[in-house]
Design a protein around this ligand. Structure first.
Ligand SMILES: [Zn+2]
Ligand SMILES: [Zn+2]
Length: 351
C-alpha cells in the first residue's frame, strides 16, 4: 500500500510499504478517508524527530520511519476477534492516543497524561495518511449519517479546542477572547459560540483573520493595530472578558490574555509555546485569575464531540482551507509552513 512516511526532517516520502494484513484480536482494519495535518506533524517535518521515537517506543515499540497522520476518519474494512461494537462498513473517527492503562494517571482516568503515552501516526506502527491502517477497536467511534467523512477527520482538533474552552469554564452568556485564529483557535471560537458564548478573536495574519471573519461567530481584532485589552475592557463596561483561550503560543498574546481577563476570570493555555514567555504573576494574584494549561483532550470526549457535530452545532469543517491528495502531502506541509500563513487546516485525502 502507499503511505506518507516520515524518515527525517524535511524527508517525508509517499512510498510503498507493507500492507498491515488482517486485524488481530481487539483490532480493526481501516481504510482512511481524510487526515488532517497538525502542528505536531509540521514540527516533525521542520525539525523532527521530536515526538516520533528514534528508539523503540516504551508502549508500542514503534520508531522512525513512521507513517504519519493522527487526525483521521476511515471506513472499517475488517474487525478482529472479539470486536463486537464496530463492524465492516462502519465509518469512524479515530481517537489517536494510546495509553498503558496501568500507570498513575491511567488508573485515575487521566489517560491523556499516560506516562507511556503513544499516538497513532506518531509513535505507532500505522497512521492515517495511508491506504490502510490497523488500530485498536477501542480507539474508533462510529460516525452517524449526519457527520461527513471530512468532518470525521476534524473531531481530533475539535476535541483539543473543546478541552481548552471547557478548561476555562466557559458558560452560556460569557464573553470569551480567543487569541490566534489557526485551526485550534478557529475551532475554539466555533465551540465557544456553540455553547452560547459571546466571542472575540484576535489574529495578526490577514489571511487567518479573514477566515476567522468567515466563521461568523464574533468580532475579529487585529492586535497589530488595536490595543486588544483596552478594546475589550471598553466593550465590557471596564470589566474585561470572562475567559481567554490562548491558542497562538505567542508571548504577547499570553500577556494580552492576562490583561484582558476580568478578576476571577480564567485563561486556558491551549496553544503550545516553543519558548519561555514573560508574564507578571502578581497580576494573577491581585485579580484572582486562573491560568490553566491543557494537553490534548479527555480520551472519552469523542462521542460528545461527534454528537455536537451531528446536530450542526459544531461546524468543524469551516476551518478547512485546502484538500489535497496523498501524493501532494509534502506540498501541503510546505504551504502550511510558508510565512504567508494563508492556510489554516489542510486535509489529505488518503487515496
Ligand atoms: Zn494533532
Ligand atoms: Zn498510562
Amino acid at each position: 500500500m502507499r503511505a506518507a512516511v516520515f524518515h527525517a526532517a524535511h524527508d517525508i516520502r509517499v512510498e510503498q510499504v507493507a500492507d498491515p494484513g488482517a486485524p488481530g484480536p481487539g483490532e480493526v482494519l481501516l481504510k482512511p478517508f481524510w487526515c488532517g495535518v497538525c502542528g505536531t506533524d509540521l514540527h516533525e517535518y521542520a525539525m523532527g524527530p521530536i515526538v516520533i521515537p528514534d528508539a523503540p517506543h516504551a508502549l508500542t515499540g514503534a520508531q522512525a520511519p513512521q507513517i504519519l497522520g493522527h487526525e483521521f476518519s476511515a471506513e472499517v474494512l475488517e474487525v478482529g476477534a472479539g470486536v463486537a461494537d464496530v463492524k465492516a462498513g462502519d465509518r469512524v473517527s479515530v481517537m489517536p492516543l494510546l495509553s498503558c492503562g496501568t500507570c498513575y494517571y491511567c488508573r485515575r482516568a487521566l489517560n491523556h497524561l499516560c506516562q507511556r503515552m503513544g499516538c497513532i501516526g506518531l509513535s505507532f506502527a500505522w497512521g492515517g495518511i495511508a491506504e490502510l491502517a490497523i488500530v485498536p477497536a477501542t480507539n474508533v467511534s462510529v460516525l452517524p449519517e449526519s457527520v461527513s467523512d471530512l468532518q470525521g477527520a476534524l473531531v481530533e482538533p475539535g476535541a483539543v479546542a473543546a478541552y481548552g474552552v471547557d478548561t476555562a469554564n466557559v458558560r452560556p452568556g460569557d464573553t470569551v477572547l480567543i487569541t490566534g485564529a489557526g485551526p485550534i483557535g478557529a475551532l475554539a471560537a466555533l465551540y465557544s459560540a456553540s455553547i452560547g458564548a459571546n466571542v472575540y478573536l484576535s489574529e495578526v495574519n490577514p489571511f487567518r483573520a479573514e477566515l476567522a471573519r468567515g466563521l461568523d461567530v464574533g468580532e475579529v481584532l487585529d492586535p497589530s493595530s488595536i490595543d486588544v485589552p483596552a478594546f475589550l475592557k471598553d466593550a465590557t463596561g471596564g470589566i474585561g472578558v470572562d475567559a481567554v483561550i490562548e491558542c497562538s503560543g505567542n508571548e504577547r498574546a499570553l500577556q494580552a490574555a492576562i490583561a484582558s481577563v476580568r478578576s476571577a476570570g480564567r485563561i486556558s493555555q491551549t496553544g503550545l509555546h516553543t519558548k519561555a514567555a514573560s508574564i507578571d504573576p502578581m497580576v494573577l494574584s491581585e485579580h484572582d485569575i486562573t491560568l490553566a494549561g491543557t494537553w490534548c483532550y479527555p480520551v472519552t470526549d469523542w462521542p460528545r464531540i461527534i454528537d455536537l457535530v451531528a446536530r450542526g452545532r459544531y461546524p468543524v469543517e469551516k476551518v478547512v482551507t485546502a484538500q489535497v491528495a496523498m501524493n501532494d502531502v509534502v506540498a501541503g506541509f510546505d504551504t502550511l509552513l510558508s510565512p504567508r500563513g494563508d492556510q489554516v487546516k489542510v486535509l489529505i485525502h488518503a487515496e
